[in-house]
Ligand binder design. Sequence first.
Ligand code: ADP
Ligand code: MG
Ligand code: ZN
Length: 599
Amino acid sequence: MEHNTRFNIWYVLAAIWGVVLLQDLIFDQLRPQIIPYSEFIDALTRDKIEEISISNDRITGKMKGENDSEILFTTVRVDTDLSKVLAEHKVEFSGRLENTFLNSLLSWMIPIFFFFGVWYLLMRRMQGGQAGIMNFGKNKAKIIGEKDISTRFSDVAGADEAKEELKEIVDYLAHPEAYLEVGGQMPKGVLLVGPPGTGKTLIARAVAGEAGVPFFSISGSDFVEMFVGMGAARVRDLFVQAREKAPCIIFIDELDAIGKARGAGGMVGGHDEREQTLNQLLVEMDGFDSKKGIVIMAATNRPEVLDPALLRSGRFDRQVLIDRPDLAGRRAILEIHAAKVKLEDDVDLEVVAQKTAGFSGADLANAVNEAALLAVRNGRKKVSNKDLDEAVDRIIGGLEKKNRVINPAEKKIVAYHEVGHALVAALTEGSEPVHKISIIPRGLAALGYTQQRPTEDRYLMSRSELLAKIDVLLGGRVAEEIMFGSVTTGAGNDLMRATDIARAMIVEYGMGKTLGLSTYPRQRSPVFLQSDGGIAGGKDYSDETAALIDQETKQILEQRNLHVHRMLEEKKNTLVAIAEKLLEKEVLFGTEFMDMVKA
Ligand code: ADP
Ligand code: MG
Ligand code: ZN
């Protein structure tokens, strides 16, 4: 949903209506009562009239009402010779020039000013109180330039891989000349990818702090509500400023807000602004020379929506993953934040770390802070175990709604499932080596994952390699079956992918018995015609053939399942040992894992 604060006809209509209403309200009070001339004369003879002013055709004035109240009145003048009577009754009177023009002008102007005032205040509020009405939107996406950043890598815990990858950038920014001399080409753009609160902003600042260079930051979400053209101008500004201060870092937070794939998503008509901004960013990135010592960093938690053009070489071609911290990482983060508060001696951060699987760095910082507040509220001088417990429970309550915490029983199942995948991969020839196994929840779908990293680029796969892939996919489910005697819904996606591969072997690669060498490659319609990413178009073989294909697919899967079952049953001890280790550490890397497989 994109907000649109541009001129809107409904606002105008509402304002006009409001003006009319208000005008009525205000001037009702001041408006004199219209009375018949006879009543005026009557009041005059009874000495009720206090003062009047007379114009050509009208008499306006004050008269006494009941219990000394004053009534404003006006009446249409009938006889022309009043002054004598007036003098007789000692009424103060004056002649008056009609100036209804000024009157009515004022009666319109005041409400209009009032409305503009209110509107202006609202606008200011919406813009964080920065912009005046004349330079509307101009300061919206604020470029924040900071010189001496005090954040260091030591302030970021539990992101060792990311830090390692970023050290090179730090080194380059600190000594661009050295790199220039050798002629090395530095990356222009580094994209930090990871869930919210994992310290992306923090680590970007730490890079600037470590290198001792200025840090220019701007947030993508600030661009959303801007007038057309403003966003692009801001981006231009940003690069102009950065070029003056090079070497430096430009940091674009929430890149997805401007970097969404062009022509996809959003509302019709709402995108031109974002598109212009994005185009300008691409132009600027292409236009500058990385030798100047400017590195652009950006952060996103939704890399999948980014426009592919952003990820092309010469732009954000380097990506650094920052995941939620594992046990050791959480412990280290807790230590950083706990150092800022006073802790009771009995507090064991290790225990807190164990209880907080699925927490991001920000969640942990939040927990420590919350605990400190609780301590203060309870009149204590130091944070106790109980405070921390309560704070963690509160945050868990919030996270459970987002499915980011799993209970211990589920955690165990996930651990065995993942190790099942990994172990089959390790034991199967032609399978890609395991890079990382993790049971840190990643969001709604995946509770854990096993990452395999190909040793080389593969374009051709043999039958045995495809079967190995199927085996690995089945490994998770089989491990659950062996250990717990039942399977969970967690394996659904694995099965789907295994089935896909088995089918493809028969239908596309001519590796099955049913079709032999005749293949029926799936026809995929162009991406933009697919609503669900599924396969469009019908099959071009008979129903009998389809039944045969289904049967053979099933056969392959059953065969492989049996095979995997035997394999894991035989290595059950290893499976248990590794799974228990994983439960303890939450993340296992390739080498650690292989050491245990060989042990
Ligand atoms: P992101 O930009 O990824 O959403 P932030 O960098 O804004 O996350 O993190 C918010 C806060 O959470 C940080 O200011 C810091 O206090 C805390 N935090 C997050 N990750 C870490 C970490 N790895 N080490 C220490 N503190 C962290
Ligand atoms: Mg951030
Ligand atoms: Zn799985």
